[in-house]
Design a binder for this molecule. Structure first.
Ligand code: DGY
Length: 330
């Protein structure tokens, strides 16, 4: 029997690629840049499966151009690049890669928090540029962490991971905003669920871990930044689209907030002349939160398993739309 045909939109770690190549007839996009949309659409036209990245837009038109497509396995925990209702309607299974990147992403959020609060990157650039002349009693003064309040938007796995680091390591008070209560966070960390306005007004550190969808897109806008403390630090390791970037730049430049630590931007990457990159009080990392050996190997392993399960008619290991089970394409 011939192997199922799949398209893999970028080279991923061997941990997953090997499994995919053993089970499937796989074409792997060899470039550093993603396949352009039209190329992707023509590549999947006769495929049974697709292993995609968060940079690949998987919309209804692409699905309609691929009548045999049974599964889209996204190499990411987030799946806002995929139209999930459209996939479900067409009987296409969608998989993602949760859990294996929780600690790496929470670590990154905390690293950005402390680096932005203590002006680490700005100070490093100061040293490199030869401006360090003497010990400065009034130079490079940042914000304290111990005993301060961290506000977590979206108390899921990663939000909890960040809150735990802040509470257990730095004795911070934890407040959070989420559509659902998180009893573990309340019991273990003394976290208190509050309204968004209360969170913005009370937090010294605001860290966003929400899904990006129609209700959360752009939630960090000028009105939200205006409610934050002038000493507050804003952290985003989730999705750039959760913030209105020009409003963040205005808040940083006008002193409405103290600093920002970002692993995501909107768009990604920002253009070279994006005013965000000129803000001395913003740290901008190129979406690297999951970039550790074990996270990326784990993501590759789950993505391969999801792809193979979708092709074999079995339940996916991490299944975004299990409700498709009854109507999935055979
Ligand atoms: C994800 O998985 O959604 C991250 O943004 C990248 O690892």
């Amino acid at each position: 029997m011939s192997k199922p045909k799949v398209f893999v939109t970028r080279r991923i770690p061997e941990a997953g690629l090997k499994k995919v190549q053993e089970f499937c007839q796989a074409e792997i996009w060899p470039e550093q840049m993603p396949p352009p949309y039209d190329v992707l659409r023509s590549k999947v036209a006769d495929c049974d499966g697709l292993l995609s990245l968060l940079t690949d837009k998987i919309d209804p038109a692409l699905m309609d151009a691929a009548p045999k497509l049974k599964v889209v396995s996204n190499y990411a925990v987030g799946f806002n690049n995929i139209d999930i209702p459209a996939a479900t309607q067409r009987g296409i299974c969608v998989g993602n890669t949760p859990d294996v990147l929780t600690d790496a992403t929470a670590d990154m959020a905390f690293a950005l928090l402390i680096a932005a609060a203590r002006r680490i990157v700005e100070s490093h650039e100061y040293s490199l540029s030869g401006q360090w002349k003497t010990w400065e009693p009034l130079g490079h003064i940042g914000q304290d962490l111990v005993g301060r309040t961290v506000g977590v938007i979206g108390m899921g796995r990663i939000g909890y991971g960040l809150a735990r680091r802040c509470q257990r390591g730095w004795d911070m008070k934890v407040i959070y905003h989420d559509v659902r209560p998180n009893e573990t966070a309340e019991r273990e960390l003394g976290a208190k669920r509050v309204s968004l306005d209360e969170l913005l007004a009370q937090s010294d550190y605001v860290s966003v871990h929400a899904d990006m969808n129609d209700t959360t897109r752009g939630m960090f806008n000028s009105a939200a930044f205006a409610k934050m403390k002038p000493t507050a630090v804003f952290i985003n390791t989730a999705r750039g689209g959760l913030m209105v970037q020009k409003d963040l730049v205005e808040a940083l430049n006008s002193g409405k907030i103290f600093a920002a630590g970002l692993d995501v931007t909107d768009p990604e990457p920002p253009s070279a002349d994006d005013p965000l990159l000129k803000c001395k009080n913003a740290i901008v990392a190129p979406h690297i939160a999951s970039a550790t050996v074990s996270s990326r190997n784990g993501m590759a392993d789950i993505a391969a398993d999801n792809l193979i399960a979708g092709l074999s008619g079995k339940p996916l290991r991490c299944w975004v739309n299990p409700q498709v089970a009854e109507t999935r394409r055979k």
